[in-house]
Write a protein that binds this ligand. Sequence first.
Ligand code: AMP
Ligand code: ZN
Length: 664
Amino acid sequence: MNVKDQIQTLRKELQTHNHSYYVLDTPTISDFEFDKKLEQLQRLEKQHPEFDDLNSPTHRVGGGVTKNFETIVHDHRMYSLDNSYSKEDLLDWEIRVKKMIDGEVNYSCELKYDGASISLTYENGILLRAVTRGDGLQGDNVTTNIKTIKSVPLKLKGAYPNKFDIRGEIVLPWEGFNAMNKDREALGLELYRNPRNTASGSLKLQDSAEVAKRPLQCLLYNITGNNLGITTQMESLEKAREWGFRVPKAAKLAKNIDEVLEFINHWNEARHELPYETDGVVIKVNNLQQQEELGYTAKAPRWAMAYKFKAEQVTTRLREITYQVGRTGAITPVANLYPVELAGTTVKRASLHNADQIEKLDIRVGDEVFVEKGGEIIPKIIAVDLTQRPETSEPTTYITNCPECDTELIRKEGEAQHYCPNDEGCPPQIIGRIQHYISRKAMDIDGLGGETVALLVKEGLISNYADLYVLTVEELLPLERMAQKSAENLVHGVKASTQIPFEKVLFGLGIRYVGETVAKKLAKHYKNITSIMEATVLELITVDEIGEKIAESVVLFFSKPASIVLVERLRSYGVQLEIAPEKLAGKSEILAGKTFVVSGVFDMPRPELKKLIEDNGGKVSSAISSKTTYLIAGDKMGPSKLQKAKKIDVTIISEQDFLDLVYR
Ligand code: AMP
Ligand code: ZN
């Protein structure tokens, strides 16, 4: 097989596996094999840039950065939905429908996915663009971000129409949402409140590589276009599935409102088992011809109706308030409740967030409280039932000292959280920091898990991450459940971590507010740890995306003698504290064999754009010819160039597309 066929075969295979995994939820190969194939494709594409294709699965990892999202007017307006809350509301709606339609009316029933709406445009089976709902008439072009979502097909399957829009909802399933919050908790960052806001916030992130890391999903529910040859809503869902879209299986046809109500009643309970959030059901007149006859009001279709589920609420009694200490010393008060059933789970605890929240609720031990599980992950205490308050009740006084080490707590101005300042001696902080250092996204140490870290600290073998590097097999063996083999693996894993790149080490140090992305930016800007240690707040804030809060935290971290000792010890063990030299040059051969013509105005200064092309092995030419691989079109580009490019079929790409090519 020649290289071109090999590349195409790999792309097809990966597309099929992607579809099985992200759309059908039935993986057909192991993650390991998938990664191997993807790497192979990446390698081939790198060696043979002439076969590049923006719709290759390798472009899913993101990397394009959008400063300002372009506004796009929807070809077909994106309407809102009317809401109903009862059987009566639905029967009223049916009467209105029947007034306008002669004959039988059937309804499609679908779940109402709670996320951010999106409109995808496909032309000739290729994803052309993705636009947010915006105000319904126009939205933001978020194509670069949407392309990173694996359940959005970049290329369609089967027999699809030439051009159409398909609408759906970008959701963040609970599992991924919880995992993201776990990471944030470890970083001492405020947790995301609910999946919906996190999903819609994700669409507007400037860095698509950041979006790629978020386990978003795209669920589709509507096809819009001309002459599509589809006659019912149910049929369009089936078609969308055939073309490769993710369309939840819950959708069902109902012959009348009674059957609609059956569907609603079923999902009112069953929704708690869904992997993602839903806040109701959407009922649509199934026949598209009838939909057309019904038309639209100023804000919503007359042929559809949302039915909203009620948020579930129960009451129970507050048993005790306890306080947790996080890795950064942040204190979180927790309400321990008498167990109660809510939305299909037993609730025993609820977060009280901080001292202000406790004061606001005036919540006291022994109080009867209202607990609700709405769009939020952790059940929320909505209010106290004051009529039930015991006469002996005493106002809650917030703790003044750390529950773990008894150090007096502090609270900085403008911050809601209390902190234990004893970062060097407070056990959960010591353990948490080492657990963070060894975690997958930081040093990714094989053979060492969070529980072992806790054990090692408790046994006095380590008290910081630098201590890991002097552990010996002999020291480890006496530990409970530590066999020779596991001890060897641990020591070996620690040794191997000296090869982990600098940016990950920087993240692993556990500087407050320095997450993965910030660590990357700092590493890229300063190249080595010494320069970061010497940087002042004023210098740090000149770095892209580094604000005052982060800058102050970095300076504070390195102002502590203990941090300096740690860094110097890591250095002596051979841990990477600077960027590898080839990365420093920012050069590659990724564009070798490609000729670019640059025309128009760009976000990036033009000389920089040209330098980027040349640094990555590409050629820049001033005139369009048959040798031109890509025309990078900016704002206000000359019409003659554009015409010529179209005439001889030169691929026209945007600045963003170009950056995707270089930074994928
Ligand atoms: P609302 O935002 O409450 O006006 O509800 C309208 C929104 O519900 C639409 O813009 C869609 O984004 C969303 N939605 C979620 N699931 C569906 C579905 N199955 N059919 C139609 N719209 C849906
Ligand atoms: Zn403490």
